[in-house]
Design a protein around this ligand. Structure first.
Ligand SMILES: [Zn+2]
Length: 160
């Protein structure tokens, strides 16, 4: 799933709706950006789960990395290492999470992003923490890279 593209198309759709313009062809573009259906469904599922966790918004966005670490520990979602954190993105490495736990080190390889459930979950969690719309994307999956972690990027969506 191409989150960045989807996000752009959705922004354009919002704009068009507001300006009383048509959005017909954009639905097709959005569908293409969704890519494989299963991946989109897993993302949705993870996002729903993340959104239902009892999480309070932070007072200050700089607390988000610490809070992500705490929540991932609290709900046994894996082992996390935050690698980058700015006002626009949070990047992290996640090990031992549910999507790969039983598959890693068994010679199984995937092409492209695999852990869309965790991506959705992270987006849902950070949305609750930040009280902003977010999307998350798996940058590199351990089943693809051979590393013992998957890397994710969570992006705070600009309000327009
Ligand atoms: Zn992965």
């Amino acid at each position: 799933m191409d989150r960045q593209l989807l996000s752009k198309i959705l922004a354009q759709m919002r704009k068009n709706l507001k300006e009383k313009k048509d959005i017909g062809d954009m639905k097709v573009g959005a569908l293409l950006a969704l890519g494989h259906q299963l991946e989109a469904i897993f993302y949705y599922l993870g996002h729903e789960l993340g959104s239902t966790l009892k999480i309070k918004p932070v007072k200050d966005l700089t607390q988000i990395p610490n809070e992500i670490e705490r929540i991932i520990r609290e709900f046994n979602l894996g082992a996390v290492e935050i690698t980058e954190s700015t006002e626009e993105i949070v990047q992290l490495k996640l090990k031992d999470h549910s999507s790969i736990r039983d598959l890693i080190k068994k010679g199984i390889k995937t092409s492209g992003s695999f852990c869309s459930f965790e991506a959705g979950l992270l987006a849902g969690v950070v949305e609750k923490l930040s009280d902003r719309n977010c999307f998350a994307q798996e940058l590199g999956c351990s089943l693809q890279t051979g590393e013992n972690y998957c890397e994710f990027m969570i992006v705070f969506q600009k309000t327009d």
